[in-house]
Structure formats: C-alpha cells, structure tokens
Design a protein around this ligand. Structure first.
Ligand code: ATP
Ligand code: MG
Length: 439
C-alpha cells in the first residue's frame, strides 16, 4: 500500500479525551474514530489489526475442534425470559422494540441463542460433544465506557459454547478451551494469566479470567510471584488426549492467581512477601455452568438408556476488540506502538527519503514491487514530506521493521534496515532485502 493513497488520518497532538496510552495511540495512529460514547469506527490500519487478532483467535478455536457459526446481534426477549435472565440482566442490556411492538434486544452474550439452536437440533447423546463459536459484535450499555476500545459499549467478542452429556465431558471441554486460550494469547506474544474468578451474570461455579498484568487495567488482581516464571510459550497439545490437556491446566492452576472479587486476604495460601497485588486487563474468561441454561430452556438429549439428559454446558469469551488496545498497552514506547509480528497491520514499512530524487524513487518503487510480489505486506511511504515526519509517522504506527532508502546509501548499493522494537539500525545490500523478509 502506498501511503500517499492510504486513508491514515494521523494526529500530531495527543487527544485530550484519551486517558491511557493505548487509547491515545489508537487515535493518533488513525486506527479508530469515535462515533458516540464507547462506539467506534475502525479505520483501515486499525481494521487490519482487528482482523489479524480475530484470525489468530479463529485458528486456535478451529484447532481445538470448535466449529464457527454466526448468530445474530439482535435477539428476541422471549429467549431471555425462558432462561430467566431478561429481568436480571439490568441496564447493560439494550432493549429495543420492533414495528410490531415485539421486544428485542441487542445481544450482550449468546448463551440463550445457542442453547435454543443446539437444543432444537441435537437429540441424542451420540451427537455430543459439540462446541460452537462465533465472532460477533456485542452491545453492553456500560455505566462508564472509557479507555477507547478497552471498555466499549459495542465491542467484538469471540464467544463459544460447549455441550456435553455429563460433567466429566464438560470438564474436558472446559480444559480444552483453557489450553486454546493459552495458545491464542501466546501467539500474540501476551502473557495472559488464568485467574480464579467470579462468574457474574453468566453464572456457574468454575471460572477463570485470563488477565494481562498492566497498571492501567481495570481488574484488581493477586498473583503468586512464581507464576511469572512459568513457561507461557505455546504448549503443543493433542486435544483428544484428556490427560495431556489436564496436565497443562494443572500446570497453570497450581499457583495462586485470583481476581479482587474472590481474593480473601485471610484465606490466601501465599505468604504476603510472595504475593503480587496489582492490576490487569481481562482479555478472556471461561465458565463452566452445567445445566443452568439447558434445564429452564428444555435442551435435553436422549441418553444411552433412553432417559432425558439436560445438556452440560460451558461458555468462553475473548475480547477481540479489547485485545487490540491491550496489545498496545503491552507493546509501546515513547515514540508509539510496537506491533508483535503476529498481529502487525503490515509486516514492513518502506520509506523513500527523497521522492524528488529520480534514482531514489526508482529504487524504492522497484523494491516495493518486488516485496509485494514476494507476498510481503508493505506500507510504502512515498509521500513528499520531511524525513523527520516520515520517521515519526512510521515509529508511531509501529510496523515491526522499516526499510529506508536514501540517496547516500543507495550510491553504495545499500538501504537502511531499522528494527522498531530495539531501534537497531543496520545497512542492508539493496538486492538482499526481499530475501531477508520473504517467508
Ligand atoms: P468486564 O469485567 O471487563 O466488564 P466481563 O467479565 O463482563 O468484562 P465477559 O462476559 O467475561 O465480560 O466477556 C468476555 C470478554 O469480552 C471479556 O473477557 C473482555 O475481554 C471482553 N469484554 C467484556 N466487556 C467488554 C467491553 N465493554 N468492551 C470491550 N471488551 C469487553
Ligand atoms: Mg469476564
């Protein structure tokens, strides 16, 4: 993509409404634009990151055996009356009436909708287990929408729902998702710590929140210091092997980590000198709630002896749009964002320092074409602007590597390669540049 043609509305000044760094940088880097409180449009650069995050989430869901569907954003109130949550959910739920005065709502989550689908379609224990997910916009009329996409009112969530015949099966489904979450966040370079958590309006009695430690986070957390030494690198796993999956879950639940809602100082097993009390960003949560929805909604199957068995369920959410903000909280410096390669909007930035110089432009155009032919995503700054402004813009948007073409280096057949994260610069022979970055 040529920057001269790209829709990238960068801001020079820090927007006054943004209180935390990710919100500030997303606005300054032209990633999002607010529509109303907690509701945003995603502009080209931001949308690319959102899609990459979404794709990692999708791939790890698929790998775990979950199947993708797409449920609607608008749901009938009736469904929520069946589960008993219509009145319980409170003002966070956006309630709407259609032209026939039928009560509808903009889904804050989809337990009822999916229980209806599976309950109506699956009749025998032989068709279990099943795990369905979707990646869909949610609406929650939050009391205090803030911090940009971190606490939006409209936000993108991956949510999935497991259905099993019995509690042992449901536990394995829960464990699989637990591991899928570890893999998902590890692929984004994030250390998301699974913490024992309260279940809130979803219900149930087993739940973990996956939390990234950050001072700007909204969750109060208590973590055994030794947790930080665990190996979060992507665990290889055979999801059908219950024992292996359980072993990974045991490894990550052996040390104390709890959210403020359930942490009780007097009952904490960790001595105070080993306990970290800090804050974090919740990027995902897993719930096991058994038959909480299947019983009132009549979602039953015929068991092995023909008896009616209500489905054992769990649900699992990942904040896809929140992750974009969380990734920036975890990856930035004074100059701007530093994208991990796995979610970067473009793999490379290419800067032509002297568009007015024919040789420079010819070399930059040529390299741009070759990089694209090699399948590398490049953002090419071909604008007629000062070198300083180009460097600042490229650092701000945080692409992992920058290639810089100027007349001086070119005379010696070189370009400059700058690694965004550590700032290291080195000369690179022009004719090796494509090979260096081709996959
Ligand atoms: P929170 O405690 O932050 O309000 P929650 O526990 O109510 O979140 P869940 O029902 O667990 O949210 O939703 C699953 C995931 O969706 C969360 O882990 C979070 O990453 C994301 N999420 C929830 N609410 C929001 C929001 N208002 N804006 C952006 N992402 C959100
Ligand atoms: Mg939660």
């Amino acid at each position: 993509m040529r920057l001269s043609q790209y829709f990238l509305p960068l801001l020079r000044e820090n927007p006054s409404e943004a209180q935390i760094v990710s919100h500030r940088l997303m606005l300054r880097a032209g990633m999002i634009r607010q529509s109303s409180a907690g509701i945003y449009s995603w502009l080209p650069l931001g949308f690319r990151v959102l899609k990459r995050v979404e794709q990692i989430v999708r791939e790890e869901q698929d790998r775990s055996g979950a199947q993708e569907i797409l449920m609607p954003t608008i749901q009938p109130a009736e469904l929520w009356r069946e589960s008993g949550r219509y009145d319980d959910y409170g003002k966070e739920m956006l309630r709407i009436k259609d032209r026939h005065d039928r009560e509808m709502l903009y889904g804050p989550t989809n337990e009822e909708q999916v229980t209806e689908i599976v309950g109506a379609s699956i009749k025998s224990y032989r068709d279990l287990p099943k795990n369905l997910y979707h990646i869909q916009w949610k609406f929650r009329d939050e009391v205090r929408p803030r911090f940009g996409v971190m606490r939006g009112r409209e936000f993108l969530m991956k949510d999935n729902y497991s259905f099993d015949l019995d509690a042992a099966g449901a536990k394995h489904s829960y464990n699989k998702m637990f591991v899928a979450y570890l893999r998902t966040f590890a692929r984004m370079g994030l250390k998301a710590i699974p913490m024992r958590a309260d279940t809130g309006p979803i219900g149930g009695d087993l739940s973990h929140e996956f939390i990234i430690l950050a001072e700007t986070g909204e969750s109060e957390v208590y973590v055994d210091r030794d947790f930080l030494d665990l190996n979060f690198e992507n665990p290889d796993v055979d999801y059908d092997d219950e024992q292996i999956v359980q072993t990974i879950v045991d490894y990550f639940t052996s040390l104390y980590a709890a959210t403020g809602e359930i942490h009780k100082p007097e009952a904490c097993p960790v001595p105070p000198e080993r306990l970290i009390a800090t804050r974090g960003i919740e990027v995902g949560q897993t719930f096991y709630f058994g038959t909480k929805y299947s019983v009132p909604m009549g979602a039953v199957v015929a068991g092995p002896n023909g008896e009616e068995v209500p489905l054992e369920m769990g649900s699992y959410g990942i904040g896809v749009s929140r992750l974009v903000g969380a990734l920036i909280e975890a990856n930035h410096d004074d100059n701007g964002i530093i994208w991990p390669e796995s979610v970067a909007p473009f793999r490379l930035g290419l800067i032509n320092l002297r568009p007015a110089d024919d040789k420079c432009s010819a070399a930059a155009d040529d390299l741009y074409g070759k990089l694209r032919n090699a399948g590398i995503d490049v953002l090419y700054d071909d604008r007629d602007d000062s070198p300083g402004a180009k460097f600042a813009a490229m650092d701000l948007i945080g692409l992992p590597d920058q290639l810089i073409i100027g007349p001086r280096g070119l005379a010696a057949g070189n370009i400059e390669w700058k690694h965004r994260r550590d700032g290291a610069r080195q000369d690179l022979p022009l004719d090796t540049a494509v090979g260096r970055f081709a996959a």
